[in-house]
Ligand binder design. Sequence first.
Ligand SMILES: [Fe+2]
Length: 289
Amino acid sequence: MDSLTDRVGLGWRPDLAAGILEHLDDIDLLEVIADDFFAAPHSQVRALKTLAAQVPVVLHGISLGLASSAPAETRRLDQMARLVDQVRPEFWSEHLAFVRAGGIEIGHLAAPPRNRSTVDATAANLDRAEAAVGAKPLVENIATLIDPPASPLSESEWLNGILAASPCALLLDLHNVLANGFNHGYDPFEFIRQIPPERIAGIHIAGGKFVSAPDGSQRLLDDHLHDVPDPVFDLLEETAARAPAPLTVILERDGDYPSMDSLLAQIGEARRALAKGRARRYHPVEAVR
Ligand SMILES: [Fe+2]
């Protein structure tokens, strides 16, 4: 399909494979977790290449830890480079997180202190990634239950610092914005207005749940186990009203899978939100499907 239009796709998960393959007409592209294939047998990589020949595929990394004071590991960058070379995705992406420190694997995406030093270190890692892979990744904002200590910069200031230091595009995760806004007391719409709209190329949408913190207060947990809530579609409309470039939207679902009809309905809802946002843009853009 025309690459200049907004697109809405789905995260590829083995549990969803049959349903996805049955409904490729309703899914514009697939986002594949790259790390799942770093040590996969050749037959699985070949199957992924076959999939990529049928439908546009993008690769999503989870373990490079680019937002770290430590240099990203050459071995992992080389694994990503090899997979990108084999699959030829439209683009690849990775989180603005650190996942290991001092030889310890944290086991999840952790938010680094938001300061000048981590901005510079992240930019250096993005250069390393580009040198290894051949292209910079789209960088994704993460959800965090804890506002990282030693952070003189706000989340948007830190993110904008990285975008200013490195010419990469943004994969804006709207449920992460919603969750961080709720958990740390900022307006998610205001957050989106603070980001340079021309840098937004990708969007993640997902759902989570409210959990109780030890002090009894509520937190919004980004678990990808629930349907996309209405505020995320409202944020998508707002983003589409602001961003000048075509947007690639991916619905992320990591478990507690609903029916394929439900996932397709959420994809349809995302298309409607994009169309509403584009309709109130000042500058004309390509129509959504
Ligand atoms: Fe995400």
